[in-house]
Design a protein around this ligand. Structure first.
Ligand code: URA
Length: 213
């Protein structure tokens, strides 16, 4: 009897299928579809908005300025970008002039994200910015109020997963301050909580103690 496909097999199939996607008009302007980077076996998935110019050119998410800041913030929280996280976007093609993706584009791309989540099966998901919050949980607005909180969803594809919205790295680039209460400091605190939850989850899976609330 054939074994069920390993995550990397189904993700390879997904990447091939995405490369031919014409589900929305963004296909006309892209250089390439940007699927993911990081570890497909990670227990933590990060979901951003959509690729920018550099991501479109390189075919990898978060490799431009905001990506470099994201990597710094993850490292400061003790998270290894190659081992601990799988990074993707809600929308996989670059919107023209880096505009925000429309609700229609987010909806058109959703089946790919659902397949990605099913293949990686992450218990923990970080939603990077307001578009990811809207595209994944259908919550419009309120990112500054909701950031740093664990949320859940009754939707089948998200059932049993904990999701935390955080401020988008490109928003953080507008502020240099790292003083208490600044956007960067708040995001650092949020990512420490994410790291704590990931560590607790891994400890519970390896040793049997219960994960934190
Ligand atoms: N911003 C995003 O949301 N995603 C990227 O891949 C790059 C910038």
């Amino acid at each position: 009897m054939a074994l069920p496909p390993a995550p990397s097999d189904s993700l390879q199939g997904l990447a091939l299928a995405c490369a031919h996607c014409r589900r929305c008009g963004l296909a006309d302007g892209r250089q390439q579809v940007v699927v993911a980077r990081g570890n497909p076996e990670a227990r933590l998935m990060l979901i951003g908005e959509a690729p920018g110019a550099q991501e479109d050119a390189e075919g990898l998410p978060f490799v431009g300025r905001s990506g470099r800041l994201l990597d710094q913030l993850l490292a400061a929280a003790g998270l290894d970008t190659a081992a601990d996280v799988y990074i993707c976007n809600g929308v996989k093609c670059r919107p023209p002039n880096n505009r925000k993706p429309t609700a229609g584009e987010m909806a058109a791309c959703r089946p790919w994200l659902e397949q990605q989540i099913a293949a990686v099966d992450p218990p923990l998901i970080v939603l990077l910015g307001a578009s990811a919050l809207e595209g994944v949980l259908g919550i419009r607005g309120g990112i500054t109020r909701r950031r740093g909180q664990w949320l859940s969803s009754p939707a089948e594809w998200l059932r049993g997963r904990r999701l935390m919205p955080v401020l988008h790295p490109s928003y953080l680039l507008r502020f240099q301050a790292q003083t208490e209460g600044s956007p960067r400091a708040l995001t650092a605190t949020d990512l420490w909580e994410v790291r704590r939850a990931l560590t607790a989850l891994e400890a519970s899976q390896h040793g049997g103690s219960s994960p934190g609330p």
